[in-house]
Design a protein around this ligand. Sequence first.
Ligand SMILES: C[S@@+](CC[C@H](N)C(=O)[O-])C[C@H]1O[C@@H](n2cnc3c(N)ncnc32)[C@H](O)[C@@H]1O
Length: 187
Amino acid sequence: MAHDFCPWWLGPFLASPLRRLRLDPHALLAPFVHEGMTVFEPGPGMGFFTIELARLVGPRGRVICVDIQSRMLEGLSRRTLKAGVSDRIQARLATGRLMGVNDLRGSVDFVLAYAMVHELPDPAGFFREVAAVMKAGGVCLFAEPAGHVTEADFAASLELARAAGLSVREGPAVRSNRTAFLSPKAI
Ligand SMILES: C[S@@+](CC[C@H](N)C(=O)[O-])C[C@H]1O[C@@H](n2cnc3c(N)ncnc32)[C@H](O)[C@@H]1O
């Protein structure tokens, strides 16, 4: 798997309203994200999903976004400010191989890892972080673009998720994507 990340100048395309014609963030996320929740969104880019996540958690919830590129976070901040939801979003810059979210341990209801795991240098470490931050009963929606990530590579990622202590079940149908739900194993 490649570990180069999506160039920041593609951020506006990924966050463009045109993408909604193929993928409606509300329809995808509303069944899982509710008012007052704490959401972790690693690799948010310029916020295609973040604005919807922030609307769904409402003013009592929060969305913690971690990206490796400051230009992505600048675009994210501009868009979330314009959408009037910046009060519930924390945008953080990743500084190492991992997300660095130890402070979120056991506090997250929902994780959205969309089209980003294939860019990570340490996906095994990432899934351990996901397992650590989620509450019992938490859910991670993990999705990868089928054009970039083969079935075999996606299956290999799911093995890493299992090794991190996550249980895996089939995710929602999303055109041109491979998806799975990951949850902490019941003790
Ligand atoms: C293809 S974009 C997807 C953006 C967004 N999830 C979406 O679907 O619109 C991948 C994002 O992951 C970020 N990323 C890549 N490697 C990362 C890392 N090690 N830590 C945090 N973010 C990373 C990139 O900067 C980019 O914003």
